[in-house]
Design a protein around this ligand. Structure first.
Ligand code: A2P
Length: 275
């Protein structure tokens, strides 16, 4: 049993199985259900846990000798005292069928090492950062849009979120509201943080896939910006596999080059957690 696990004594006493090495056992602080497919939760943050905004970490539950772990983007910024996640609920998903039932006080396992490419370090400087997301792909951007470093690097920060219906947009809407009002970061975002939402299976002010709205120019018209340009624009993409492929193709068509931690460039992609 590791020291992080021992720290959380109450939770540890309730565990049926030993905690694997290199894993934190943390307590659930709060859970919020948005729809029958989406929920968010916050857990205690181990003092020694460091990450870069936009990274993901492996999450599991202490309900088996060999717990199932899945990659989750950290939705909270790196200055937050807790760690936040935004999750899909898959009825027969090996992890989420159980995870969706967690309550405050329960224990969640988190591997100690975070990683990922949706980080400021993987992009070269630019004027404008587009964070393009669908579904739970908004999570890494929830972290990045609350990190002062993002505003040091970019003049304008644009979050796009596309979901099936209006109810699924709620997490992002609340995020924008609370970020703008936040005593730490609110002032920094003034006039610089922009939000564009669209739905694909229910009418709303902007209806259609983000790929369609990029191609027909509706996104840029709504934001008052020009089409993607490598001279000024940087792009981060997070969503389902097909969405990544299609948005990536549009970024490349506009002349943007894919970057990585080792070789920063104009855009980066990461798959949102699905199972
Ligand atoms: P659609 O309703 O047309 O499938 P999901 O919840 O299934 O991950 O989907 C989230 C959003 O991503 C939905 O609005 C969905 O649109 C959209 N989407 C799915 N595939 C693509 C794609 N290849 N390109 C752009 N958007 C996509």
């Amino acid at each position: 049993m590791n020291t992080a696990a021992l720290r959380n004594t109450e939770a540890v006493q309730a565990l049926e199985f030993p905690i694997p090495a290199g894993v934190y056992a943390e307590r659930v602080v709060s859970v919020k259900h948005y729809t029958d497919r989406l929920f968010s939760f916050r857990i205690t943050r181990p003092q020694s846990f460091r990450f870069r905004s936009g990274e993901f970490v492996m999450i599991g539950l202490p309900n088996a000798e060999k717990p199932v772990f899945r990659a989750y983007s950290i939705a909270s910024p790196n200055w937050d005292e807790e760690v936040e996640f935004f999750s899909i609920k898959v009825p027969d998903g090996p992890l989420t069928q159980h995870l969706q039932k967690i309550q405050p006080g329960d224990t969640v396992l988190m591997r100690q090492k975070s990683t990922g490419t949706l980080v400021n370090d993987a992009l070269t400087p630019g004027k404008r950062l587009y964070m393009i997301s669908t579904g739970t792909g908004i999570a890494p951007f929830a972290s990045l849009m609350r990190d002062p470093e993002t505003y040091d690097k970019f003049e304008q920060v644009i979050l796009t979120h596309t979901c099936r219906d209006v109810a699924e947009l709620r997490y992002g809407e609340e995020l924008i509201e609370t970020t703008r009002e936040d005593p730490l970061i609110g002032e920094l975002t003034e006039g610089r943080l922009h939000y564009f939402a669209s739905t694909t299976r229910e009418p709303s002010p902007h209806t259609g896939r983000i790929t369609t709205l990029i191609e027909n120019g509706e996104l840029f018209k709504a934001l008052g910006t020009e089409p993607l340009d490598p001279a000024t624009d940087r792009v981060m993409i997070c969503g389902s596999m097909n969405m990544l492929k299609d948005v990536k193709a549009l970024a490349e068509k506009a002349g943007l080059k894919e970057g990585s931690n080792a070789e920063p460039a104009d855009f980066v992609v990461e798959r949102a957690f699905v199972g």
